[in-house]
Design a protein around this ligand. Structure first.
Ligand code: MG
Length: 370
């Protein structure tokens, strides 16, 4: 597989509805799309999940643009790649910058699957024909709004409801939701909004039969999470804390979590995602695939990784129409009674909508690789 060019496109898309978590509100999304091409005419696509401000992690759209052009893409030159697993090996000497690495590696995984005429899901070792879909509900302006939203989502067939929480919007809101929906699969995501001093407060959540509480403590912690887990009945799911196979190993060994939310962009790509998956299988840690408000390309990659067997809990990969008026792929990602069908076509299984992508493009740059 000889990569000819990498084309980077910085696009901007308006979200259908603003999305609020404990770290802020997003109204639109700047996205870097990566297209890797071969001289034989194949194209593979990846998408960076980095946002404009370094508030989810230290990366931004601008740092990704710089890292890709000046440091990562040059490492693809020279010797031909036989398999996408070799990309993370080449990127190893560059520390961090996982969103940037994952976007490039994702494009090469798609390319590899297309060149070999197989669906990306199959190339990754996926086994599922459909995936279960959950939905994430942001912090709302009023309790009535959240109840109305959840009612709509339950009617649409979502397999679990995740509610974003933060101090002042937590125990009472979960209590209210449980009162109205006594049996829905329900979980809470704190996005790092608490500290160990909140143990007694967080313990109150134990009475609501939550599937899990996601990332209650700091983004860079696994020690305090272990202390908290030892006092909570509700399983802790780690999200922001897991950047690598090593992080997952340490968190599992310490008992910091019972579930892992994997985000491909956060761990540097699909190869590292597969390794974390296999480790979790060994330790009986169920997983699910999280979301970073991806457009269609990133969404397609999430669907592919979710087909691996240990992604046994519904993920956050909702259909395109949940986020966008119009997505950048054809067909769009559709959900049927809480399930997304996995496409059998080679690669990510969706065609990038080139005309629409061109309309959305702010800057484009082609980098010759070989
Ligand atoms: Mg989360």
């Amino acid at each position: 597989m000889k990569i000819n060019n990498i084309i980077l496109r910085h696009i901007k898309m308006d979200l259908l509805h603003p999305f609020t978590t404990s770290v802020g509100t997003e109204r639109d999304k700047d996205i870097i799309l990566v297209e890797a091409t071969t001289t034989s005419g194949h194209s593979g696509w990846g998408e960076s999940v980095a946002i404009m401000e370094p508030i989810y992690n230290e990366e931004t759209v601008q740092t990704n643009w710089h890292m890709m052009i000046d440091h990562l893409i040059p490492l693809l030159s020279g010797e031909e790649l036989n398999h996408p697993d070799e990309v993370s090996e080449r990127f190893k000497k560059i520390r961090g910058n996982y969103n940037a690495k994952a976007a490039i590696e994702g494009a090469i995984w798609d390319l590899y699957a297309k060149v070999n005429h197989m669906p990306l899901a199959k190339a990754l070792g996926g086994v599922k024909k459909t995936i279960e879909v959950g939905v994430s509900v942001g912090i709302q302006s009023s309790p009535d709004n959240i109840l109305k939203q959840i009612e709509d989502y339950v009617k649409e067939g979502y397999k679990r409801i995740k509610v974003k929480i933060m101090p002042g919007w937590d125990v009472e809101i979960i209590k209210l939701i449980r009162h109205h929906f006594p049996s829905i699969p329900l979980m809470a995501d704190a996005n790092c909004a608490y500290t160990l001093q909140d143990i007694d407060h967080l313990k109150q959540l134990d009475q609501f039969d939550l599937m899990m509480i996601e990332q209650p403590l700091a983004h860079d912690d696994i020690i305090d999470h272990a202390k908290l887990q030892s006092q909570l009945k509700t399983p802790i799911c780690l999200d922001e804390s897991i950047h690598s196979l090593e992080d997952a190993r340490k968190a599992i060994e310490l008992g910091s979590c019972q579930i892992i939310n994997l985000k491909v962009g956060r761990v540097g790509g699909l190869t590292e995602s597969k390794k974390i998956h296999d480790l979790c299988v060994k330790h009986n840690i169920p997983m699910w695939c999280g979301g970073m408000l991806e457009a269609g390309i990133g969404r397609a990659h999430n669907i592919a990784i979710t087909t691996l067997s240990n992604f046994s809990l519904p993920g956050d990969t909702a259909p395109s129409s949940h986020y966008w008026k119009r997505d950048i792929i054809r067909p769009e990602v559709e959900m049927n009674s809480g399930y997304i069908q996995v496409h059998e076509k080679p690669g990510i299984g969706y065609e990038p909508d080139r005309d629409y992508i061109e309309e959305l493009t702010i800057v484009q740059k082609t980098i010759q690789v070989n």
